[in-house]
Write a protein that binds this ligand. Structure first.
Ligand SMILES: [Zn+2]
Length: 370
């Protein structure tokens, strides 16, 4: 989802990334605070004090957003859901859950943790503000941090799925109906209405000459898109539930020896029309090679480059068993950005499962309705 994100830290086994869009808000925020907000609140200070305050408060604000996401993540890990990354971007942060919560109670716990953390921080900064000497620059900074954390908590509680409020709503509906798909549909529909409402407000304020309108329009659009995407995922999980890899995978697999040249490999692609070949050496499976990997090699080198030099080694391939759930395979492919799973049983290659196989099945299920 975030192609331009840089990893900045690793906390509790979770990678913390910053998307480049985040730098825009970082500077906008610092400039507004240092150039506008603090000079109005506490006039008569030196320029440098405003700037230090502006940057300091902005950094603490983003630390607060990170604490919000970390709270979701730590509860998720406790509920048995792995979290690989937290990404900070222009509209805040997202913790990327590797899978959906298994039951409504887990979803509720994971979701509530975020806004609770923001409320807790609002209280802490608020308390510090009350204890600090009045009229000092730092004191004003604390007041601002208390307020902004409160805003973060309240904003996230808006019932627009996939915002926290929408997730809480889905958890309640899910518990009530015992039907995740239906609950998601209602939560996403409500979210879409709110998203369009936010966009309409944006257009209205744009027509009234306020540039902030654009911000609302983008925000509404992002909420709408994210909701549609989540619904698509849940719908697909619903279609695939109970289906084993063995039922979807391609068993008709041709293997290619590791010492073949790329030229020979390319003729295999033409002859068999597969998108990938498992690679063997001394009768042992060594890896997988796809069409895209061939594309990365210059054509004049095809005659003397061996397949083993370009293949994905076995340790980097996704390997599953025929009896594993198809849904699980799909989630692994999505999270690793791979298009294929090697299906192995008792050390023997049983088949390959590709994204295309999955799409074909989903299409059939849609057409035939069963
Ligand atoms: Zn949250």
């Amino acid at each position: 989802m975030f192609r331009n994100a840089v990893k900045v830290a690793r906390l509790f086994g979770i990678n913390v990334e910053i998307d480049i869009s985040w730098f825009i808000v970082f500077f906008l925020f610092s400039f507004t605070l240092a150039g506008n907000y603090f000079p109005q609140q506490i006039p008569g200070l030196a320029e440098t004090v405003y700037w230090l305050l502006g940057f300091g408060v902005t950094i603490l604000f983003f630390v607060s957003v990170l604490v919000h996401e970390l709270s979701h993540s730590l509860v998720a890990i406790k509920e048995g859901i792995p979290i690989k990354t937290i990404t900070l971007f222009i509209f805040g942060g997202v913790a990327q859950l590797q899978e959906e919560p298994k039951n409504p109670t887990a979803e509720l716990r994971i979701t509530v943790a975020g806004p609770l953390a923001s409320l807790g921080m609002a209280a802490l900064f608020g308390l510090a503000y009350l204890l600090a000497p009045a009229g000092q620059p730092l004191t004003e900074g604390l007041a601002f941090l208390a307020r902004i954390n409160l805003i973060v908590a309240v904003f996230n509680l808006i019932p627009a799925f996939p915002l926290d409020g929408g997730r809480i709503m889905r958890a309640f509906l899910w518990r009530r109906w015992d039907n995740l798909l239906r609950a998601t549909k209602i939560a996403v529909t409500t979210g879409s209405f709110l998203a369009f409402f936010v966009m309409a407000l944006g257009f209205l304020s744009l027509f009234q000459g306020s540039a902030w309108g654009l911000w609302y329009i983008i925000l509404g659009w992002i909420i709408f898109q994210a909701g549609q995407r989540s619904y698509g995922q849940v719908a697909m999980q619903d279609i695939l539930s109970g289906i084993k890899i063995a039922e979807v995978m391609s068993e008709d697999v041709k293997v290619v020896p590791a010492d073949h040249t790329i030229e020979e490999l390319v003729s295999m692609f033409y002859r068999h029309k597969f998108g990938a070949f498992p690679i063997i050496e001394d009768n042992n499976l060594k890896g997988l090679v796809t069409m895209n990997q061939v594309k990365d090699v210059e054509q004049r080198k095809w005659a003397f480059t061996r397949v083993r030099e370009i293949m994905t080694p076995l340790k980097d391939c996704i390997i599953m068993k025929p009896g594993d759930e198809a849904v699980e395979a799909m989630m692994k492919m999505a999270s690793k950005g791979e298009g294929r799973v090697l299906v192995i049983e008792d050390g023997e290659l049983a088949g390959i499962l590709s994204n295309t196989d999955m799409m074909r099945l989903i299409n059939m299920k849609n057409v035939f309705g069963r």
